[in-house]
Design a protein around this ligand. Sequence first.
Ligand code: MG
Length: 421
Amino acid sequence: MSSPSSASGPGAASSAGSPRRVALLGSTGSIGRQAIDVLSADPAFRVVALAAATNVEALAEQARRLRPSAVALADEGAARAARDSGLPAGTEVLSGEDALVELATRDDVDMVVVGTGGIVSLRPIVAALDGGKIVATANKETLVAGGHLVMPRARARAAERRAAAPADPLASPLGWLRPIDSEHSAIWQCLAGEDLATVARLILTASGGPFLDLPIEEFASITPERALRHPTWSMGDKITIDSATLANKGLEVIEAHWLYDSPYEAIDVVIHPQSVVHSAVQFVDGSLKAQLGTPDMRLPIQYALTYPERRPSPAAAPDLVATASLDFRAPDEARFPALRIAREAGPLGPRATAALIAADDVAVARFLYGSLDFQGIPRLLEAAVARFGPSSGPDPDLDELVALDAEVRASLATSPARAGA
Ligand code: MG
């Protein structure tokens, strides 16, 4: 484990002009593939480690192209298949429970980019921060379930750096724990050069998803196929369904609370169907700063990689004249109760938010599989928060969070969640 201030630490690597060495967790998913697009186009980065769950063929293809020093797969069967499919000579193959932690804390890694879903990434992220690695994450569990574990670590790393180099980008907690999500990237970009104490409100925008204007009487007949047709963003299935229920925006409210140290009552959600304004910050003087861009995840991925620098990007800039109008309206929490449920879970604490995000994973899987209707998703979320959320004990540690996640999943995997149940 390298110390944050050691010569091999992230700051040293970038200031010496040598490429920043990146471990990419979840390399074959939507975020992972776009991260590789950005990373392989920029000589300032070198991908040294890749991890995927079970998509052996895609991982092997990436490894042949990028020639990392190590790859990790979920289990030994997948690792064997990867070896058989032809990896570059000298690429180490890891598998099993500790593989992600091993990958994220390697001596030859400066930065860990996380594109995986699920609680599985929390342990490697905590280990990476403890080992003085920069973390850029699109993983929601990192903050929704583990905000109380990761933010103090990012603050500690930043405080160490501040003592040595106050102007260094790593002297800020967001230099260490960098959001990839477009909304949080937008807020982060709006905050550049600003004092957090002058922030009055955070304004998260939401596209509203494909059912923004669908009469509520028709919600019962929403099929997975319809819900997967997102009007503006092209994303993985889970987040596309989360966008249709607005659960995604609820989870992002919780993430914003942790990232920007903002009270829940100072975080607003505004529906913005064009997805051009990615989010905004209101300051104490009434000024509003917003970040605008085309809906292209390569832009926030790149900002997280190159912060605080901006570099040319393959993403097109928005054309304001062609866009013509930008619409905003208040969310309808009666039609999209998942947003309210998440908002209420946040102040209950990490047990409630961990239960919320685990339940959402089960609910979306069941909806896609056909064993839960669209309106059953928020019902499942509400039941999980009510059952697992209230607690007077101390906040859960890493092991307790992982156990809670498993318990919530087991309790909901087969429970009936039809109307009135
Ligand atoms: Mg988002």
